[in-house]
Design a protein around this ligand. Sequence first.
Ligand code: SF4
Length: 399
Amino acid sequence: MWSTIEAKIARGERLTTEEGVYLLTDAPLLEMGALAHEMRVKKTGSKFVTYVIDTNPNYTNWCTVDCHFCAFYRKPGKPATDGYTHDVEGVMKMMETAHQLGATTVLLQGGLNPEIPWSFYTDIVREARKRYPHITPHFFSAPEIHQMAEVSGLSIKGVLEALYEAGQRTLPGGGAEILATRVRKRISVKKGGPETWLDVHRAAHQVGMRSTATMMYGHVETPAEIVEHFDYIRALQDETHGFTAFVPWSYKRGNTPMESKVKHIAGANMYFRVLAASRLYLDNFDHIQATWFSEGKKTGQIALYFGADDFGGTLFEENVHLATGHLNKTTIAEIETLIRESGFTPAQRDTEYQILREAEGPSALENLSAEVPLFVENMRELPAEYPDQLEGEELVNPK
Ligand code: SF4
């Protein structure tokens, strides 16, 4: 099947579901990485790897949704000394901190807290736009948009139109996890099926926003369900062309309700496989994001040879992974060094992947071709790894 896939990619033909599953399970990893890198070079050129200066604060950690993979939320009605909800001025303090740090994007999210009035959401967008016009308010995941619809009585589209009117132009892709009904029933049953996430992003694109498509893998999903996820977002991209990028990361299990149920941690090998498969399968996405943050800096560097063209953000503040015990920090200078060491020229981008600044100084391998460098070729080929499936009963009462 590998030679068929190579031939189809060379002809610019779309891969099938069966071929997608093969990429995630049996395709030769290094050859797949080389092919994905070649496709990335054709789409975006070989010189730059982009990154954004951003931060990910949160306005509340109270949440009624009980996702089994989440260590971040506090449950209303249960005592928690560290539960919080910020008001508009509290959010503006976060914007000021972001401004002081030079951020151009603030990715703000929160738990689903029914106590927060509808006006809060439009107010923070409007105030952020007014006081910090140079920072893009990249606010609210799809489940929060549903929460706003519930609180306001507006439709999903009505909520997004109001946010657009307040100044919001982009939406982050959080809340997708794996877009497959069986998986969502097992890990985040209150969020509904794949259509709940897809409907928000479709409506966001219709009102003129761009958004990212994300994926959190490495828990209870099968390879076929990852491809189902790919199929949903590829089809929506065909329909709207509203996605800027695809951003995958692995599940971090520390302190989460399903921590003891997921026995296998998806490692670097699976990350490279997911990235390369996504580049080859999501043929209508311009940008695939690898990150120093969730998979580690060295893994992130190598991932730049598996189809990714973007290195994510500086993430000056991050609390969701932190709650699982995952801590990783960087600086702008270090991100640029990591990109340079990998053989590319760093370029700072905005939320919509437009380049703002090319970093000065030569790249270590200025004239890098589409070929895979030696250090990747020398990596030992490991078998495709895949987490064990959850055994036993449905998870219904995590906290
Ligand atoms: S992932 Fe989001 S929606 Fe789910 S429990 Fe955590 S804060 Fe709530």
